[in-house]
Design a protein around this ligand. Structure first.
Ligand code: 13P
Length: 252
């Protein structure tokens, strides 16, 4: 079984002014512990170029939080994969539950976005996860299965290996109510097993699956050390250098 390199990604969502974001990047760089984990930060579109310039030459990589499914053209307010790439970002988060819920992004649209990101050589962080009603009804495996089948399983085996999956139960996002280690491990193992069934064991063993949802410095170690958890997608706790750094340390 191969060793998967862990990833700690901070999703800043719609937070921080330009100067606050630059300052946070400065402090993260200054206090970065020795780590084998890949560290990613995802500022807003409008700050991508500045924050990318800040971290250039370090091991920190930049992600966008979304991208358009279109190449270019008359799509007022949209941001293309090419623009993101040219701003110095390396990754793009696609399918975050906030995009699915508030902006009605369907699995079909997300597949188009992922294909566009891949075309422009951005690496994708694809988010999946069930909401509270789905969990309580016992449908969480079916929901996650559909999010994999309708989107990820249209990609080649290599493209899937290159994609980072983020399992973020919607009921755990921003609620302070994190999945228990048992719930996280159970779902991550299910995702890996579903990938193995669709592709093969090599793809399943190579793909990185992150956990997201109220991950913080207190609970990070108990989640990040689970066998099928390859890192974290961190929201609120990534907005403070101290907690983000603690989580990076917990991934070692
Ligand atoms: P919180 O860590 O704030 O719960 O957010 C998780 C998330 O949505 C990361 O994408």
């Amino acid at each position: 079984m191969q060793m998967r390199k862990k990833i700690i990604a901070g999703n800043w969502k719609m937070n921080l002014s330009l100067s606050e974001g630059e300052k946070l990047a400065d402090v993260i760089m200054a206090e970065m512990p020795a780590t084998t984990a890949e560290v990613i930060i995802a500022p807003s579109f409008i700050h991508l170029a500045n924050v990318s310039a800040k971290v250039r030459g370090t091991s920190i990589k930049i992600a966008a939080q979304n991208c358009s499914q279109h190449n270019a053209g008359a799509y007022t307010g949209e941001v293309s994969a090419e623009m993101i790439k040219s701003s110095g970002a390396y990754y793009v988060i696609i399918g975050h539950s906030e995009r699915r819920v508030y902006f009605k992004e369907s699995n079909e649209l997300l597949l188009q976005k992922i294909n566009k990101a891949i075309e422009y050589k951005l690496k994708v962080i694809y988010c999946i996860g069930e909401n509270l009603a789905q969990r309580e009804a016992g449908n969480h495996f079916d929901i996650v299965h559909e999010q994999l089948k309708a989107v990820l399983f249209n990609l080649s085996a290599q493209a899937t290996v290159d994609t980072i999956i983020a399992y973020e139960p919607v009921w755990a996002i921003g609620t302070g109510k994190t999945a228990t280690p048992e719930q996280a491990q159970e779902m991550h193992a299910y995702i890996r097993d579903t990938i193995k069934t669709h592709y093969n064991a090599d793809v399943a063993n190579a793909v990185r699956i992150l956990y997201g949802g109220s991950c913080n410095e207190q609970n990070a170690a108990s989640i990040l050390t689970l066998p099928d958890v390859d890192g974290g997608l961190i929201g609120g706790a990534s907005l403070k250098a101290e907690s983000f750094i603690s989580i990076i340390k917990a991934a070692n």
